[in-house]
Every structure is written in C-alpha cells, then in structure tokens.
Design a binder for this molecule. Structure first.
Ligand code: NAD
Length: 512
C-alpha cells in the first residue's frame, strides 16, 4: 500500500490525505476525506435509488454485472497499473488476485444469483402441513456499507459490492485510505456497464469516513480489515441494531506431515508466506513441520526463498511492503523473535539494493509461541518455522491462538489430511494447497474466534445480504378464519388431549 500523509488544511475545510508510492517513495496523489455529511447524503441518494434497483427482475441486475465483467476485461491493464502503483505488488499478483479473482466472482454471481435468491418452499412438519403452506423470499436489506482494506484493494471491494448489488441492495463503498483509487475503480467498471445513478457510490477517506458510514442509517455493514477496527465496527453496528459481516485478520498455520511431498510442501510454504508480499489474510504465517523431515524441508524452503526475485521493474516475484506502518510491524516482530532466540536462514532485513519499502523474503526457524511473529499477525514475506514431534502436536499448537481464519495440511494421504484439517479451529481449511479458500466462491468464507463474524461468499453469503422472509399461507384459502375464542374448559381439555396423543403415542409421533 502506499505511504499515507495528512496534509495541512485550514479549519472547517475537508481534511486531505496524500499517498506516495512504496516502490519509489514519490507522491502519487492527494484526496479529500469524506465527512459525516457527505456520507449521510450518499445514504439518502442510495435509499432513493434502491427502490427501483431492488424492484428490477434479477435477470436485469445480472445483465449489468455481465457487462461490468466485460468492462473489467477491457480495462484490466488500467486496474493493474493502479493497483501496482498503490501497493507495489508484483504485476502477476495484481492479475491473479485482483483481476482473475474478480472476473471469477463476477461471472459466478451473474450465473448463479437468480438461483441462489429464488423463493424456496418450506416443507412443514406435523399436522401443520395439512393446514398451512410456506415459502421463504429473499428481500434486499436496503443500503449496504462496504468497508475494504488495502491488501486486496480491488478484489476486496468488488466481491462484497457485487454480492450486495445482486441481492438488490444499493451500496456505499469506502475503500482503504492507502489504496483509494484501486478501490474506487469498481465504480468505473459498473458505470461503464450502465449501472443506474446512485446504485453504487464511493466515499474516499480514512477511519473518520468509515466510522461515519457505520454510524449512518445504512442497513448492513460488510467490513474487511483488522481485528481492532472490526471490533469497533461491530460495536457501532450493535448500537444501530444492524447486521454486519466482519472479515478480520488471521494467523494461518501450515502443518507439514511426516509423509508430505517435500518439494511441493516447501514451495507451498514459500508461496503461502510470500504471496502478495505476505499481506494476505489467509497467508501462511506459521509453519509446523514434523521433526523427522524438518531438516530436508527447511533446506528446500531456504533454497526456494533465496531464489525469489524482488523488485519493481521487469520480471520479479515479490514486490514491496504495501504500507509504511506494516513495515514497522514486520521489523518489530522480527526483532522480537531474534531477541527471544530465533535464527534467520534467509533474508531478515530490508532489501539494501532497492529504494522504497522492500523487506527481503525471509526464513526464520526456532520460533516459539511467546514470540510476536507467532502470536500476532505479521503480514510480511516471512516463513516462520517451528519443529514439532508429530501431527497431533502440530494441531494443538496451530489451535493455540486467538485467530481462526484458515489453515493448511500437507500429506500424501489426502483423507487423513482432510481429517486433520477438520481439527483446526478455523473458518476453513486446505489440504495440499494454501490461500485457496477465498478463491472458491462456492465456499462460505469467514473466520472463527477473533478472525471474524458471519460469512460471505457462495449461496449462504449472498443470502446474508438479504432478509429471508417466510410467508405462511393458510390452505383453506380464507374461507374459514382460525377460531380461537372463547377459551373454555372443553377447548382446553381438547387441546391437552391432542397434545398427549401427538407427542405421547407412537402413532401420534409418526403423524407429528
Ligand atoms: P484496518 O482495519 O486498518 O482498515 C480497514 C478499513 O477500515 C479501512 O478502509 C479503514 O479506513 C477503515 N476504518 C478504520 N477505522 C475505522 C472505523 N473506526 N470505523 C470504520 N472503518 C474504519 O485494516 P487494514 O490495515 O486496511 O487491512 C489489513 C487487515 O485486514 C489485516 O488484519 C488482514 O488480515 C485483514 N483482512 C482480512 C480479510 C478477510 O477476509 N478475513 C481479507 C483481507 C484483509
């Protein structure tokens, strides 16, 4: 992400932020921070626009999404230029994580939203089934506020926005102040697709604007970001009694079993840790390797890490750290680990050959659970390794954390791998792969413990942008109103008899 600086502005004028490149340290742009009044005005506009957008047949909404996907493919170079400029990530990571992933989710919801949101008939049980029929309709919530982070500035803005829009809501998107223009580009592709005015609006700003959005009269907040901010957002939504999804930080563990294919596991450890310069919520932050194969595994990890090319021009594998504040966190976690006895086998410092914010891809061993590099989210290009006696010890240690986003297990026995992955107290798990769970749109995605609340993605995620409204209809077609009064001794005894028959006899239980 970029380097963010507050500019001096006179009293009573909107605050201004300036962002600079992490690759060159040169100024990129400045922008005004949207105020609470700006946000409240946007909510009013969105509320009006929602009436007609929400009333459109879903086929018309998905047609807009299809056109937006076409616009994304046309403008992909522009999006990549913006993302690489604001973050410093490798261009292929911008292609893979921002464009490819966005195209995939846009296509997925364009194809499936109508099916996921179709009214569902409910099969009633007991004697009620003779008297009533019921179905559930998925109604839009109204106006949804989307707040996104800097590490996947385009995809993490586009994914919740697409889901909220397809469910018939209007959206106010607030991208991170570190990557404002990559986030705002979501509006460009939807405008190019002919999205009606007011259906999607973007407000730029920092925490002040985000807090104003959570305090406004929106009907749901979809938040992706850190645990600390997520907690604040959750409290604000509780005050307003509105739902929120909180997709928060992680500390994913990788477990390398004694029978793992070491060539792939080593490549997986390096890829999982260094992808996106290590700034990936489901990135591998801790590696537990079984002692019997640890030496060979570590040797391969070091070899792979040293082969990575870091840079900003031409072909390179690992880009810059996206944000100056993240660099301070990485450096402080590394120093803490070294002070407590960990050893660096590769990297372990800022890259001396590159100006800008570059931290060398790093391998660090002999890590322990009292180190920040194992206990806190580091979010840097670092493979942090711990040796364990066996897989059960690895599971126990992997679960010894306040985070619970994802985790991965490496073994030649995929069934055993799935059984081990299911023992992780995390939102999701992978076997012989890493970082995948966000990339499978069918899979509901969300963290446990401090890594989040609620789930996004897939059928369940899309339905979470709706109110599921059951409609219960009497089968007698209004020809006979339910008779309740007067309550009498006879009506009481009749009801009690039926109760005892229904749940107190075999035939009754079969009927009920
Ligand atoms: P952050 O919490 O600092 O900021 C996230 C967003 O919240 C930004 O747009 C910011 O301006 C806004 N914000 C700040 N204060 C606010 C407030 N009081 N009210 C409302 N909004 C406010 O997070 P970040 O540093 O941008 O992102 C990195 C974090 O996001 C990491 O912890 C990472 O793991 C996490 N993340 C999680 C997922 C996931 O799906 N679980 C995905 C990507 C990133």
């Amino acid at each position: 992400m970029a380097i963010v600086k507050e500019l001096e502005t006179p009293e009573g004028v909107r605050r201004k932020l300036e962002i600079s490149s992490t690759q060159t340290l040169e100024r990129i742009a400045e922008f005004e921070v949207a105020t609470a009044e700006d946000v409240n005005h946007a909510v009013e506009v969105a509320r009006k626009a929602q009436e007609s957008w929400g009333a459109l047949p879903i086929a018309q909404r998905t047609a807009v999404l299809q056109r937006a996907l076409g616009a994304l493919l046309e403008k992909q170079e522009e999006v990549m230029d913006l993302v690489v400029g604001e973050t410093g990530k490798a261009r292929q990571e911008a292609l893979m994580m921002e464009i490819w992933a966005a195209a995939d989710v846009m296509h997925f919801y364009a194809k499936n939203a109508a099916r996921f949101l179709k009214p569902e008939s409910l099969k009633l049980h007991g004697i009620m089934r003779f008297l009533k029929k019921a179905h559930v309709e998925y109604h839009p919530l109204g106006v949804v506020g989307v707040i996104s982070p800097w590490n996947g500035p385009f995809i993490l803005s586009v994914n919740p926005t697409v889901q909220a829009l397809m469910a018939g809501n209007t959206v106010i998107l607030k991208p991170s102040e570190v990557t404002p223009f990559s986030g705002r580009f979501v509006l460009d592709i939807f405008q190019a697709a002919g999205l009606p005015e007011g259906v999607l609006q973007v407000v730029l700003g920092d925490g002040e604007t985000g807090a104003a959005l959570t305090a406004s009269s929106v009907d749901k907040i979809s938040f992706t970001g850190s645990v600390a901010t997520g907690r604040r957002v959750g409290v604000a939504c509780a005050e307003n009694l509105i739902p929120c999804s909180l997709e928060l930080g992680g500390k994913d563990a990788m477990i390398v079993c004694a029978d793992a294919e070491l060539e792939f596991a080593a490549a997986g450890a390096v890829g999982g840790s260094c992808l996106n310069s290590g700034h990936y919520c489901c990135g591998t932050e801790r590696v537990y390797v079984v002692d019997s194969i640890a030496d060979e595994f570590i040797e391969r990890v070091v070899e792979n890490t040293k082969a990575l090319r870091q840079g900003k021009e031409g072909e390179y594998d690992v880009g810059s750290v996206f944000w100056d504040k993240q660099m301070s966190i990485i450096e402080s976690h590394m120093q803490d680990a070294l002070d407590k006895g960990a050893k660096v086998l590769a990297g372990g410092r800022r890259n001396p050959n590159l100006e800008g914010l570059y931290y060398e891809p790093t391998v660090i061993v002999d890590c322990t659970h009292d180190m920040d590099i194992i206990a806190e989210e580091t979010f840097g290009p670092i493979v942090a390794i711990i040796r364990v006696k066996d897989e059960q010890e690895a599971i126990r240690m992997a679960n010894d954390t306040r985070f619970g986003l994802g985790g991965n297990v490496w073994t030649k026995d995929s069934r055993r791998g799935a059984r081990l992955a299911a023992q992780l107290k995390t939102g999701s798990g992978c076997v012989n792969d890493m970082t995948m769970t966000f990339g499978v749109p069918e899979a509901p995605f969300g963290g446990r413990k401090e890594s989040g609340v609620s789930q996004v993605n897939g059928k369940k995620g899309l339905q979470n942008y709706c109110h599921a409204m059951p409609i219960i209809v009497d089968r007698l077609g209004g020809r006979q109103a339910p008779k309740m009064y007067p309550y009498t001794k006879e009506s009481f005894e009749g009801m009690q008899k039926t109760l005892n028959f229904l749940w107190g006899t075999r035939i009754g239980r079969w009927l009920a």
